[in-house]
Design a protein around this ligand. Structure first.
Ligand code: ADP
Ligand code: MG
Length: 527
């Protein structure tokens, strides 16, 4: 059923726009969502990033345009971030181009006056971030009285960004007779509650995340020690020569470090995470899409939902904390029929985490061997040789003829060119990366002691520490022991195989309003 867009019974104008966008056949979520929505039903759609949710709600939204163009918008889409609002709005404008439907993004960070003027000129569909939408409603610059359809896109993300109250206020202010669509990758309790309170017998559509791993994505892992990760990354970049690479890190700090190191070494890399300004993030994404930078280093949140075509490699510089996160990350490659490669770095202690991911995603992630120094050297030499040939063919080198002649008076052409080449090929990477490969090192029972920069003076109690660690790192409270509170710092013991996870979850997080650093405690000297 529904092999073609015209089987949905939508207008030809939309079908033409879709074919202009290169859409030939509906994706599974589109096949499932579009018919009930066209029948006027509320729906809840659950599917991973990259499955085509925008058109799943966009096509019916455009089909539902009113006969006569109204003064106020007939539909509103709420999205978690400015990037997504812009992206969704652009997609709607393309889908609605022939049908004459105009969509407008409104989001925090852009001048409100500008948005007020655009809203006055009229928009059929408004796509906005909840905070800014509410702001416009309060100023009466956005009127919701004609709204027929509301879409909550990436609802779980809006929840985790603290938008839930705003969303409820917005939903509460929209007239009774309306259709509501909710899209979410996961279904936390709060989202289910919202759907109960604000939706009318919603139809559930979607595919279980565990069935969704893109078969086209080749998945491998490398066992790398924490301190060798950068080197492993650059080797892979050198040898595989990927087109566009998305590198996922666990924390903002790690994003900064990885992007910084890559830039120092001359790789065209950029970084995005929540601490950067909007304009910086926009700029980075534009550059990445345009190929001005080949490598984008990001946190999960910053990269969530962004649609960047042509990503050839996704590299999990740090292993995702939850198995579902893995599916979201690798969903960024192998999109729309293209094949991609997903690479995960695994430290010896993270084997268990890897197994959990394999189980959850019902997939097999094979171990691969990092390119050796020799292979890297070869790859670099080949690239350089190709560059030299190209330069000669294009004749770009001729202004150095005189210099070459002068050198040839003293040395042979072989010597001169070999010396010039060796200046170009950096020989920094001389150490072998230690292969460990014993596997399942994570089983050890002993615990380790961690040091945290929070203590009695911060009015923190033992119970608070246990609860925070348990919640943030997602480990049972009983695994956290021997807490020692001092005025300005404290110690805590956790099983050795969970230490990395606790450190990455807690470091730089806020506990009791304070930013906390956590690290392995220095071993006490015996006297
Ligand atoms: P999601 O919201 O589920 O993350 P998007 O709606 O952003 O996914 O779509 C992901 C990509 O797939 C986009 O580049 C989009 O243009 C493309 N796409 C969506 N539907 C189709 C289709 N039916 N045929 C081809 N490409 C599609
Ligand atoms: Mg989306």
């Amino acid at each position: 059923m529904y092999k073609n867009f015209n089987e949905f019974g939508i207008s030809d104008k939309i079908i033409v726009s879709l074919s202009e966008m290169g859409f030939e056949e509906p994706t599974p979520i589109q096949k499932m969502a579009i018919p009930p929505v066209l029948q006027g039903k509320d729906i809840i759609g659950q599917a991973q990033t990259g499955t085509g949710k925008t058109a799943a709600f966009g096509i019916p939204l455009i089909e539902q345009r009113p006969e006569a163009k109204g003064r106020y918008p007939y539909a509103i889409v709420l999205a978690p971030t400015r990037e997504l609002a812009v992206q969704v709005s652009e997609a709607l404008n393309k889908m609605g181009a022939r049908a004459g439907v105009v969509s407008l993004p409104i989001y925090g960070g852009q001048s409100i006056e500008l948005q007020i003027r655009s809203l006055k000129r009229g928009a059929d569909i408004v796509v906005g971030t909840p905070g800014r939408v509410l702001d416009h409603i309060r100023r009466k610059t956005l009127v919701l009285k004609d709204i027929k359809t509301v879409v909550l896109d990436e609802a779980d993300e809006m929840l985790s960004m603290g938008f839930i109250e705003d969303i409820e206020k917005i939903l509460g202010g929209i007239p009774g007779e309306r259709q509501t669509m909710l899209f979410s990758a996961t279904m936390p309790k709060e989202i289910i509650r919202i759907s109960k309170n604000y939706m009318n017998k919603p139809v559930h559509v979607g595919v279980d995340a565990s069935e969704m791993v893109v078969a086209k994505t080749k998945q491998v892992f490398y066992e790398v020690r924490e301190e060798d990760k950068i080197k492993a990354l650059t080797r892979l970049l050198d040898v595989e020569g990927p087109a566009l690479t998305l590198v996922f890190c666990h924390t903002k700090k790690e994003v900064d470090e990885v992007a910084g190191r890559l830039q120092q070494m001359g790789y065209p890399a950029g970084a995005i995470h929540g601490d950067f300004t909007q304009s910086h993030r926009d700029e980075m994404i534009r550059k990445f899409k345009g190929g001005d930078i080949d490598i984008l280093v990001a946190t999960d949140v910053a990269a969530r939902g962004l649609d960047i075509p042509d990503v050839s490699h996704v590299i999990n510089f740090s292993i995702p904390q939850d198995p579902e996160g893995y599916i979201h990350r690798i969903g960024r490659t192998g999109r729309a029929g293209k094949s991609g490669i997903a690479i995960t770095f695994v430290t010896p202690r993270q084997y268990r985490q890897l197994k959990l991911i394999e189980q959850f995603a019902k997939t097999r992630i094979n171990k691969a061997k990092l390119p050796s120094r020799e292979e890297v050297r070869k790859a670099k030499e080949e690239e350089l040789a190709a560059g030299v040939e190209e330069m000669i063919k294009e004749g770009k080198h001729t202004r150095f003829y005189d210099m070459a002649k002068r050198l040839f008076e003293k040395y042979s052409p072989e010597d001169v060119s070999a010396a010039a080449l060796s200046m170009l090929l950096d020989t920094e990477d001389t150490q072998e990366i230690e292969e460990q490969g014993k596997g399942y090192a994570g089983q050890q029972k002993d615990s380790v002691r961690l040091f945290m920069t929070i203590g009695k003076m911060d009015k923190i109690k033992v119970g608070d520490i246990v609860k925070s660690i348990s919640a943030e790192a997602g480990i049972p409270e009983r695994k956290i022991s021997n807490i020692a509170l001092f005025d300005k710092f404290s110690f805590v013991e956790v099983p050795a195989d969970l230490a990395d996870r606790v450190i990455s979850a807690i470091n730089d997080s806020i506990i009791k309003g304070r930013k906390v650093k956590i690290q392995h405690a220095k071993k006490r000297e015996r006297r």
